[in-house]
Design a protein around this ligand. Structure first.
Ligand SMILES: Cc1cc2nc3c(=O)[nH]c(=O)nc-3n(C[C@H](O)[C@H](O)[C@H](O)COP(=O)(O)OP(=O)(O)OC[C@H]3O[C@@H](n4cnc5c(N)ncnc54)[C@H](O)[C@@H]3O)c2cc1C
Ligand SMILES: *[C@@H]1O[C@H](CO)[C@@H](O)[C@H](O)[C@H]1NC(C)=O
Ligand SMILES: *[C@@H]1O[C@H](CO)[C@@H](O)[C@H](O)[C@H]1NC(C)=O
Ligand SMILES: *[C@@H]1O[C@H](CO)[C@@H](O)[C@H](O)[C@H]1NC(C)=O
Length: 581
């Protein structure tokens, strides 16, 4: 098989799924569409029903006196979003905003195209309806730094634990009978299960031999080590934020969800008060919806800054260059962060057995590792997500060319490595990268995508930190399991890396060739500069941003759990501020 064939088969399956979606097999689960008419008045308007927006919709509508209106650009999640094994078929479809990065002439040069595909959900549940299920809170230091950034200790790890617990529903006996059970939620809306297959255990042992710890429950605060991850999967079904937080309350009479409707502008009056939103409904009509209490922006880390800028909130010069009158001059879109992925591949023992995959599970056995370059440090420098495949080059091809969009020469080499072999496919990221990107307006047309500069590797130290992290990770080839089966790191053959004369130079070149995004876009409207510590937009009343944009800095690890908690806390802040009035 070649990349073309692999992509064609993914495309054919996507076509079949699109046909199937006409049956609307899952629509009974979702709140019905409740279109609002022009000038309708709500207490709260929530913009976007993604990870954060679905939490907000649920928590704010707990009070039956509050009229909560949610406006979402996408529609209902189809069946394939619910089946865990199908995640490779979700991006680059109608459920994806299909954003791409600007070509920076440096990264993303050796790929199918010289830009990155920045998948982001355009559907109820947002990106949590497309994501890869890893449920990882991150390191306590990440949150303690949020508390420092905001000057508000309520954002510290200790103080956020109750919100993590509130969101989760864990029934796994291994976790509940462990020392760490007091850190876990058992009654929350979001069902969580844990990797239960045995295949990863030999890898955990191999990393242990190299001096890494094996961790029982990474979400209990001790993150440095390797472990079996938890997933946002429960009863075999994806626990998107829509599944978790909207489906159970779909009949609340005070909750109005308007689907397939794009918010085009936040209306701000002369008293610098956000009063409503302009939007374009599914039939193309422009209407205005009014908010009596607050407007809550949860449109994701690219669309939230775009919407603020279209509404006059952002860097003065940039807005003025588009003739937008400035309401509040703030560094919106300036601090953009993401975990850049570097793909590493190891070829292990010969095998003719293929793993049979159960569609209700994460597609392949997996484990996660958090490592530090400086072994005396108590928090991680890098994070690795590791997927195991056995004699299934076609599955590797999907990862290589569909989930990620690596160059066809690379996918061909991975395909060859996967025939008759066990393969370890690892995604390595710096937990706290130094590089920053930018989100800018392309035009004043709300239907145009924003310009997204990832800024990957723009801080030169990041490249060195990637090399150090890779060198630390690949030491595992010296472990008894790896040596025993004759394991090999795949040193890909890249035309431009042949001049590298030492291993550091080779890995530097490698990083530039084997990079992609892990889809953790964040920090584009951060607390500390754009927002205050109660998530209010500085200089504007009755307006908050509560999604991944609001993080001051990235958390180490996958960020969905952090976004859920940020929204859980935001809902509490809002409810408390209202009860004081
Ligand atoms: C492919 C992929 C894999 C990932 N894997 C993982 C993982 O394994 N683990 C993990 O923890 N995280 C993962 N993530 C990241 C995580 O899912 C996201 O960080 C998180 O969902 C972001 O939440 P959010 O609320 O900020 O934005 P989103 O969930 O993206 O929600 C934004 C919502 O706003 C809507 N919207 C946007 N603009 C407008 C507008 N103008 N008008 C109306 N509605 C609008 C969108 O349609 C969307 O529904 C992954 C993400 C992707 C894309
Ligand atoms: C490889 O090198 C050539 C010549 O220097 C350059 O034009 C090209 O952009 C490089 N490609 C990559 C992927 O780095
Ligand atoms: C965010 O991260 C950068 C780089 O790691 C660090 O220098 C900065 O202090 C962090 N900011 C906050 C507010 O924690
Ligand atoms: C796999 O099958 C081939 C061909 O039948 C055989 O030569 C090889 O020994 C088998 N390998 C293993 C590990 O069973």
């Amino acid at each position: 098989m070649d990349v073309g064939t692999a992509l064609a088969s993914v495309q054919a399956i996507k076509g079949a799924l699109l046909l199937l979606s006409a049956l609307a097999l899952t629509s009974y689960k979702w709140p019905v569409d409740k279109p609002l008419s022009d000038s309708a008045t709500c207490d709260y308007i929530v913009i976007g029903a993604g990870t954060a927006g679905s939490v907000m919709a649920n928590r704010l509508s707990e009070d039956p006196r509050s009229i909560v209106c949610v406006i979402e650009a996408g529609g209902d999640p189809p069946l394939e979003t619910e089946i865990p094994s199908l995640f490779a078929y979700l991006p680059k479809t109608y459920m994806d905003w299909n954003f791409i990065s600007e070509d920076d002439g440096y990264t993303a040069q050796y790929r199918q195209q010289t830009y990155l595909n920045l998948a982001q959900g355009k559907v109820l549940g947002g990106s949590s309806s497309l994501n890869h299920f890893y449920h990882i809170r991150g390191d306590p230091k990440d949150y303690d730094d949020w508390a420092t950034a905001t000057g508000d200790d309520t954002w510290s790890w200790q103080n956020l634990i109750p919100y993590f617990i509130k969101s989760e529903r864990i029934e796994d006996p291994y976790i509940l009978n462990s020392q760490s059970s007091k850190y876990c939620g058992t009654n929350g809306y979001m069902g969580i299960t844990r990797e239960s297959r045995d295949l990863p255990l030999k890898y955990l042992e191999a990393f242990k031999e190299m001096g890494h710890k094996i961790i029982e429950n990474v979400n209990a605060g001790d993150t440095l080590g390797f472990f079996l991850p938890m997933f946002t999967i429960f009863g075999g079904v994806r626990q998107s934020s829509a599944e978790s937080f909207l489906s159970p309350i779909k009949n609340r009479e005070n909750l109005f969800i308007m689907k397939n409707t794009l918010v085009t502008k936040i209306v701000i009056d002369e008293n610098l008060q956000a009063t409503g939103v302009e939007c374009k409904t599914s039939d193309g009509t422009s209407i205005t919806i009014l908010a009596q209490k607050e407007i809550i922006v949860s449109a994701g880390a690219f669309n939230s800054p775009k919407l603020l800028m279209l509404s006059g909130i952002g860097p003065k010069e940039h807005l003025e260059s588009f003739g937008i009158s400035v309401v509040s001059d703030l560094p919106v879109g300036e601090n953009s962060q993401d975990h850049m992925a570097v793909i590493l591949v190891h070829q292990l023992e010969e095998t003719n057995d293929t793993l049979t995959s159960d569609p209700s599970q994460f597609p392949v056995p997996t484990f996660v590792g958090f490592g530090a370059i400086d072994k005396t440090q108590s928090y991680p420098d890098y994070v690795t997500l590791n997927l195991i495949s056995r004699n299934s080059p076609a599955a590797l091809m999907q990862l290589c060319s569909s989930v990620f969009s690596l160059h066809e020469n690379i996918c061909a080499q991975i395909y060859a490595a996967g025939e008759g072999r066990e393969v370890l496919f690892s995604v390595l990221s710096l937990g706290r990268p130094l590089s920053r990107g930018q989100v800018r307006l392309q035009s004043t047309n709300p239907e145009d995508p924003p310009k997204i500069y990832t800024g990957f590797l723009s801080a030169t130290l990041d490249l060195q930190n990637y090399v150090d992290s890779i060198l630390d990770f690949v030491r595992v080839t010296e472990s008894s399991y790896f040596t025993g089966v004759g394991a090999q790191t795949i040193y890909f053959d890249f035309p431009n890396c042949s001049s590298a004369t030492n291993i550091r130079d080779y890995w530097e070149c490698y990083v530039l060739h084997m990079m992609d995004t892990t889809f953790h876009y964040s920090a584009t409207c951060p607390m500390g500069t754009v927002l205050d510590s109660s998530l209010k937009v500085v200089g504007v009343n009755k307006l908050r941003v509560v999604d991944a944009s609001a993080m001051p800095n990235l958390t180490s690890g996958n960020i969905n759990a952090a976004v859920v908690v940020l929204a859980e806390k935001a809902a509490d802040i809002i409810k408390r501020s209202q009860s004081c009035e």
